[in-house]
Every structure is written in structure tokens, then in C-alpha cells.
Design a protein around this ligand. Structure first.
Ligand SMILES: [Zn+2]
Length: 410
């Protein structure tokens, strides 16, 4: 295989044409394809691409974003046991899931310990602000942050105050870092944990704040404990009110929720891992343009997939099922979005152009307005081209130094 063909193959191209690896509603421009094809890609250069390229993130839980240091600070300020008296190392050991735990339920239990830290205005605003600050460092230009206000209230602190605190945090983040955001309200299951009535109140709140920071709803919590079909009315109401919809589905085997989600016609599905076992349903999801919010590391650590290599994301991408990449719970898993893009590149078979395509088509997945999406596309185009120019210079210097080494050896 010649050098050109190797380069094209590394890029996910064949015969000089873009393979039909994805059918995003908005594809990468010819200028981007041409410039990427001129680069001699090495693993180090792919890492540099990931660090520099603009991104969006759609699936991030506020409570799953707390880092050990933040947990310690919030706990000390509120004098909350057990974390207030613990060392950072101990907190890390208790709250960071850095290897597979084997079940989603075991991972969800850790949230029970973290949740009490986020029940006052300062803590919620602080936590939301820190998510945006970290997003900026990873070149995330638009982030959708989700949380369930009902889990963050107390007798003297309402759902609405919780929401307003989070909105203040992301707004301060937007002003300081220029990262745009949308907040997704998580309805919760089972009703045993958050009652039908409380869920209705959260939906009322989401509807009231539509266009004022809230962009959509989700359904979170243990998928095995209560089916999505019990929340059908909530989704109908949300859509009628103009909210976007996503749902945690297909994160555990044998759940009926994927079929329900496709039937309901949600905009996106969180995880969707077990969709891979039903090709007909996958085709229906694709035909409806339903995006899958892929969270590779989360899926390995909750035991939804055996390994990154066994994850269906690459196959979905090749087959044109629209995907977007997120961390799910960056604090809980001790990761960030660049870590997830590296997983795609080094463990899941995504070539540089695949990474750019996934990042760029992520704009289509957003619960943002069309005007916001147009602005993001313009910004991404300019930033991707500038990134590729910078990488081409690095790659050119590397090639020149290789050539000079070769000639000096002769
Ligand atoms: Zn999630």
C-alpha cells in the first residue's frame, strides 16, 4: 500500500473519496477533507488534533461532574459527613469509579453519597460553574448539562431555586469562558424514588423555563426499576410545550425502553448500547434521525459493554446512525471529553476524519436553536481549518527532520 493510500486509509477514506461512514445532516466541508488528507497522521498528532479541535458535549450530569477536590470543598463548607473529615485520597477511593464495577446499580449508589452536597444555592452554582470552566479547557463550545432538581432540594430550598442556582452558574461560565450551554431537566425513575407528582412538578418547571436556559428533558435513574412507558405522558407534554427530549435507554440488557423511545420519537437516546442487538430497531432509529449519546468509558465501567473495542459506536458511525460523544459523569469516572475522543481514536477504530465528523455532526444533535447551530458551524469550520493548518506545519516539520536524518545517515 503506497503512502497516499496509507494516509487515506488512516483518515477513513478509500479510493480518495469519503467513505459513506456517516450521513450527518451537515457534513465536513471539502476544504477540511482536503487539508486533513495532506497530513501525515501519527498517534501523537491525533492526540494533538483531539486537544485542539472544537467540540460539543450533550450528556453530562451535574452531580456526576464533581471532582474529589470539589467534593471535599463542598463537604467542608457544609460540614457534611462522611467527606468533610476525609483525606482527598479517601474521597477519591470512595467516589471515583476507575475500573468496571459490573453493574449500573452499583454505580448509581455512589450518587446517593454525593447528592447531599448539592442542596444549597452556592454549591449548585459553584458546581455548575466549574463544569463550564473545565469545558472551556477542552475546547467545548456548547455543553448541555443535566440534573434532577428534585434530588437537590431541602425543606427550605425549592426545585425552582435549585434550577435558578444552576442557571446562574452556567451563565457566569458563559460570561467568563464563552461556552454556551443548555440545561436538561432529568425526570427520575422509579416513582418509588421520585414520585409521579414530583416528576410532574419538575416537568412544569422545565416548561416554565423553556427559552430561559432549559432546553429539554431526560429520564434518568435505574432503567431496570421502571419502564419508560410509565413516563409516556410526560414526554407528550414536553414535546407539546416545545421542549426537546432524550432518555437513558438501552444501558442494561433486555430493557423494553429502546423500542418505547423510538416509538415515542425522542430526539436523542442516552447510551443505547443494546440497540446493537436489534438491527431492525437500529434502522428505525436511524430513519427517524435519533442521535445516540455515546459514553464509551461509562459503558465499560457500568458493565454495559465488555470493552471499548466491543462498543458498537464505530459500527453505528459506519452505518450512518448519528452519534455524539460525551462523558456522562466526568467526575465519577475521573475522565474528560478529550479522554473519550482518545478512546475513540486509539481503542475503537475512529480515524482523524471520523473524529472531526463526530464532533461536527454533534452540532446537529444539540437542543439549541437553528441560529445558534449556524453560528457554531461557522465557528467550527474556522477553528477546524486553523487546527489542521497548525497540525500540517507540525507534520511537515516532522517529515523534514525525518528526511534530514535519512540524508545524514547516507
Ligand atoms: Zn447519563
Amino acid at each position: 500500500m503506497g503512502v497516499t493510500l496509507i494516509a487515506l486509509s488512516l483518515l477513513g477514506l478509500r479510493d480518495g473519496r469519503a467513505q459513506a461512514t456517516s450521513r450527518p445532516r451537515h457534513a465536513l466541508s471539502a476544504a477540511i477533507l482536503q487539508r486533513a488528507a495532506r497530513i501525515h497522521w501519527t498517534p501523537a498528532l491525533v492526540d494533538e488534533l483531539i486537544d485542539r479541535m472544537p467540540k460539543v458535549e450533550t450528556h453530562v450530569h451535574l452531580d456526576g461532574s464533581l471532582r474529589p477536590r470539589t467534593i471535599q470543598r463542598l463537604a467542608v463548607r457544609q460540614r457534611l459527613e462522611p467527606f468533610a473529615d476525609e483525606t482527598l485520597g479517601r474521597i477519591r477511593a470512595e467516589t471515583v469509579v476507575d475500573k468496571p464495577l459490573g453493574s449500573l446499580a452499583r454505580v448509581l449508589r455512589i450518587f446517593g453519597a454525593i447528592e447531599p452536597l448539592l442542596r444549597d444555592p452556592e454549591s449548585l452554582e459553584d458546581a455548575a460553574y466549574r463544569v463550564i470552566a473545565r469545558a472551556d479547557r477542552q475546547k467545548i463550545r456548547y455543553l448541555e448539562l443535566r440534573f434532577a432538581p428534585a434530588l437537590n432540594t431541602s425543606s427550605h430550598f425549592s426545585d425552582e431555586q435549585a434550577l435558578r442556582s444552576v442557571l446562574r452558574g452556567v451563565e457566569r461560565g458563559r460570561r467568563d469562558f464563552g461556552v454556551d450551554t443548555g440545561v436538561i431537566i432529568c425526570l427520575m425513575r422509579p416513582f418509588k424514588l421520585v414520585s409521579r407528582r414530583r416528576n410532574e412538578k419538575m416537568l412544569d418547571l422545565a416548561i416554565r423555563y423553556r427559552g430561559r436556559g432549559v432546553v429539554g428533558i431526560d429520564l434518568a435513574g435505574d432503567e431496570a426499576a421502571q419502564p419508560l412507558s410509565d413516563y409516556r405522558d410526560f414526554y407528550r407534554r414536553a414535546r407539546l410545550a416545545g421542549l426537546h427530549t432524550t432518555v437513558h435507554a438501552g444501558e442494561v440488557p433486555g430493557s423494553p425502553d429502546l423500542r418505547t423511545a423510538v416509538n415515542i420519537g425522542v430526539d436523542r437516546i442516552g447510551h443505547g448500547v443494546f440497540l446493537s442487538q436489534d438491527p431492525a430497531l437500529t434502522r428505525r432509529a436511524k430513519a427517524r434521525g435519533i442521535f445516540i449519546e455515546v459514553n464509551p468509558t461509562s459503558n465499560v465501567r457500568t458493565g454495559a459493554v465488555r470493552s471499548l473495542a466491543a462498543h458498537p459506536a464505530k459500527r453505528w458511525h459506519r452505518e450512518g446512525v448519528p452519534i455524539t460523544i460525551s462523558t456522562d459523569d466526568p467526575g465519577l469516572f475521573g475522565i474528560d471529553l478529550n479522554h473519550e475522543y482518545r478512546a475513540l481514536a486509539h481503542d475503537m477504530g475512529f480515524k482523524p476524519l471520523d473524529l472531526l465528523a463526530v464532533s461536527y455532526q454533534g452540532i446537529d444533535a444539540l437542543f439549541a436553536t437553528e441560529a445558534e447551530k449556524r453560528r457554531l458551524r461557522t465557528r467550527f469550520e474556522a477553528e477546524i481549518l486553523a487546527t489542521l493548518d497548525a497540525l500540517a506545519r507540525t507534520s511537515g516539520r516532522d517529515a523534514a527532520s525525518r528526511a534530514s536524518v535519512t540524508s545524514s545517515v547516507k
